[in-house]
Design a protein around this ligand. Structure first.
Ligand code: F6P
Length: 501
């Protein structure tokens, strides 16, 4: 356990609420229950902390066989092979879940916060479901959090939970970490229920973002839409007598990182029939329109068009995990991506060689590490991204220092990884030229750049992230004293309408 004790971790461990569960149980075709790990930067970042500190992760139980593995309260010990903390699954009724998750969170807040030019959809029934599901999660979080509890609320799915918890259980110290960007105040103003969202968030003792810019955008937004006092000196907001700190906590990955060996990477290359001297670029993403996947394929196309000497000598391997597949925009993206890859392979491919290998399925973390080990460079070119942990994972995986990272300036990670080759993902010519630069880069330069990025991650790992956040939460607890009543929830009614039986 590497979390230093400047933060006091409660005896029962931490309580985290996040929509996505770290382990899902699914029925496979043969009728067996199998464990699946989701493709999620949030899970990559938060899970090592709970493994280190113990505690409870409260999440939506979304796996088809999830109910077969829990006790009556929806609890089970995880990781399944060597338990270290508790997962508590909540069963949300299907229609409410669709409206809250696909609707309000992912068709409303997601495009609102990302500058990826997809119009947000705000529908009243989605908003009603979002409020109800937030109540369900707040109720469970209060149940799980002890008298000295620290509650870590994750992401845009739960903007209302901090206030709900504060109203019902004011002794609980809460942080809300927003894993995606926060837009400028004008863009944020599109949301018809912005005041309620902001009031909900300001129930937290701490609101965290990945970058200082997102914090400033948020402060500007609350100043514009609420009667509150913003103090830029201390980065805090006082609203209705309650003070919330607004701070950047750039999320990161485990360090040391459990990298796959070069030999494992080489055997994967063999399995694909890629010659040892070919340059392999890797892309690892959820199949999301914010990730710039179609734009990336267009850049590879231009690269090959302008550099015929690379034909047969360059392969781009893209892992794209299906995500949010019930939302039409995501279905369109999946179709567009396949079409773009077919176009490039049709144009340049031969019997013996395909320039792009597209793998559309979910990958276990161990598998992803083999792909990192096979690659000579990584292409991380989102149109907009809060942080992007793939960029950091790839760097952490490059133990021999050989790899090159092509990184979008619009990913939060670009603020920290100075050794990366930065690109504007909308500029196809620039991305193509930069991939070529990565291919041709002398080994000494690759090593120097990679070393600078590895040093950065070594000194700013996920454990530093949690240490900083927990230290601030401990400070918030000390500041407000321990004078809150132990637990106030007599009038709490369980919001039954969204809880499936
Ligand atoms: O990037 C935002 C985020 O919620 C991450 O925190 C998470 O890794 C990712 O989206 C996964 O999304 P979902 O849980 O919808 O599959």
């Amino acid at each position: 356990m590497q979390i230093r004790q400047s933060a006091q971790i409660p005896a029962g461990g931490l309580v985290v609420i996040a929509n996505r569960e770290p382990y899902a149980h699914e029925w496979d075709a043969a009728g067996n229950v199998v464990v699946q790990r989701p493709a999620s930067g949030l899970v990559t970042g938060i899970e090592p902390i709970l493994r280190a500190c113990g505690g409870t992760w409260v999440a939506h139980g979304g796996g088809s066989a999830d109910r077969t593995q829990t006790d009556r309260m929806g609890r089970l010990a995880v990781p399944p092979e060597a338990p270290e903390y508790t997962l508590r699954r909540l069963w949300i009724e299907e229609e409410a879940y669709e409206r809250y998750y696909s609707g309000f969170a992912n068709e409303g807040l997601w495009p609102l916060c990302h500058m990826a030019h997809t119009q947000p959809a705000f529908r009243a029934p989605d908003w009603i479901a979002y409020q109800a599901v937030n109540e369900t999660f707040a109720h469970a979080a209060i149940e799980e959090t002890g008298a000295d509890g620290l509650l870590l609320i994750q992401d845009y799915h739960f903007a209302l939970v901090p206030k709900l918890v504060r109203d019902q259980a004011p002794h609980v110290v809460t942080s809300l970490f927003w894993h995606i960007p926060w837009p400028n105040s004008e863009a944020a103003g599109i949301c018809p229920w912005k005041e309620t969202i902001l009031e909900g968030m300001l129930g937290a003792d701490i609101v965290g973002f990945h970058t200082r810019q997102y914090c400033l955008n948020f402060l500007d937004t609350v100043q514009r839409y609420l009667e509150c006092r913003v103090d830029l000196e201390t980065m805090s907001v006082t609203y209705n007598g309650h003070r919330t700190l607004v701070r950047p906590y750039p999320i990161s990955v485990e360090w040391p990182y459990p990298a796959a060996t070069r030999a494992e990477g080489a055997s994967l290359r063999d399995a694909f029939g890629i010659p040892a001297d070919a340059h392999v670029s890797i892309g690892v993403d959820r199949a999301d329109y914010t990730k710039g996947l179609v734009e990336r394929v267009a850049a590879v196309e231009l690269l090959l068009e302008e550099n015929p000497s690379l034909l047969g000598k360059y392969v781009f391997v893209q892992l794209a995990s299906p995500t949010r597949t019930r939302i039409p925009r995501y279905q369109r993206l999946a179709d567009d991506l396949k079409e773009a890859v077919d176009r490039v392979n049709g144009r340049f491919g031969t019997e013996a060689w395909k320039p792009i290998v597209l793998q559309m399925r979910t990958f276990a973390p161990e598998e992803v590490r083999q792909y990192y080990a096979m690659a000579d460079s990584a292409l991380v070119t989102p149109l907009h991204d809060g942080m992007n942990l793939v960029a950091k994972e790839y760097v952490a995986a490059c133990e021999d220092g050989h790899g090159a990272l092509v990184l979008s300036v619009f990913a939060g990670a670009a603020k920290e990884l100075e050794g990366a080759l930065l690109v504007n993902p909308y500029d196809t010519q620039q991305v193509a030229g930069t991939i070529l630069r990565a291919i041709l880069m002398p080994l000494a330069e690759r090593r120097a750049r990679m070393q600078a990025m590895r040093d950065q991650i070594a000194s700013h790992s996920i454990y530093d992230w949690s240490e900083a956040l927990l230290a601030d939460m401990t400070g918030a607890r000390q500041q407000r004293g321990r004078f809150w009543p132990q637990r106030i929830s007599p009038s709490w009614e369980h919001p039954r309408e969204v809880v499936a039986g």
